[in-house]
Ligand binder design. Sequence first.
Ligand code: OGA
Ligand code: MN
Length: 294
Amino acid sequence: MAVSIRQVHPVFVGEVSGIDATRPLAADEVAAIEAGMDRYAVLVFRDQHITDEQQVAFTRHFGEIENSTGGHVTRPEQKRLDPLMNDVSNLDQNHRPLARDDRRRLFNLGNQLWHSDSSFRPVPAKYSILSGRIIVDHGGNTEFADMRAAYDALDDDTKAEVEHLVCEHSLIYSRGLLGFTELSEEERAMFRPVRQRLVRTHPKSGRKSLYLSSHAGTIVGWPMPEARAFLRDLNEAATQPERVYVHRWRQYDLVIWDNRQTMHRVRRFDDNLIRDMRRTTVAGDAPTAAQAAA
Ligand code: OGA
Ligand code: MN
């Protein structure tokens, strides 16, 4: 069946038909999805009743899988899923909702802040692929913002100002915004800030985008309060409703987004209910900025 993509938002986002993500893809299908990602930045596939193994195989069509370790406060023995999978659910290793005050749950609440996945890693992620295995029927929408459109909307002076800026990103900063500040020495070392350019250029389309994320906590060479005030302004402008797509989940939706061109966040939902979301992540290929010496 031929692949077709229908744009479902005025600015970005396509809904794909003609793909069965549970089976190996042909080269022309992979090429059509990649071209769709370059253009729409977010693609939605409906009715993909996929297993973890199939999701891993699907993901590998688009590059190497990013290792999920080092991005969480969950200890290895508490993991519910294979390390190739990112567990974005609200569940513990026995598939039960995490208690209200569970540290892992409080850390996960950071996903409600606008972010780009793995911007806290020296080589940040390319695509994220999220499968809705069990969804909630109130809240829990995932929102996406087009960061190319956000860049385009800046005035010329601001474009010139941001062009060569480099930010420091860390889970310490994003979780700090929520008052999650108790971290062990080991966690602090694991979450050491990394540097990312504030403006990125897409390798295929050549379009520029603002590389923002809740993980960004300062700008290299700037006083921190001034950096944070500026980043807040940029975030506010970037996430205006006309540049935001709201994804209302149906069970077995599979959503792919390009972290180089978008930000996303999940909206609040009732954490007594089971929300089982499983993500695979395609690794990026290079740092966006030179890293400071350790
Ligand atoms: C993610 C994420 C949002 C959600 O998978 O990276 O932020 O809707 N998920 O669970
Ligand atoms: Mn995320």
